[in-house]
Design a protein. Sequence first.
Length: 154
Amino acid sequence: MENTVSQKIKELQLKFPPPPKPAGVYRPILVVDKYLYVSGQAPVNFDGTLMQGRVGEDLDIEAGYKAARQVGLTMLSTIITHFGDIDRVKRVVKVLGMVNSTPNFQRHPLVMNGFSELMAEVFGNEHGIGARSAVGMMLPDGIPVEVEAMFELH
């Protein structure tokens, strides 16, 4: 029998931060047909606070990578909390990764690998790696990374 996503999460001994409360007028998740859309997620620490920093200024690539991975944990927490059955999630379809960076920072994909590699660990290479964009921009509340994603459901 194939490993389920929830079994893989247990096997990896992943711990999740609390899911963030919406900071505006939007839904944390939305299901349309067989797709689960997740609104932009920030890196939430395990105590509920937001990670802070700007890549290329006070964070290096490794710290940005860790922030992007934390966004992945936050997103999984949001899916489990607001959608419920993580085992109904079949695959990552599309990811938009936004990195709060200085204008001269150019390695946004390396930062976003923190998120993408976590999804590959959880869903496997076949289903955990989808299409992706990684861009630099100013982000709200001083967060280093924000990610929105679309998943296909079983």
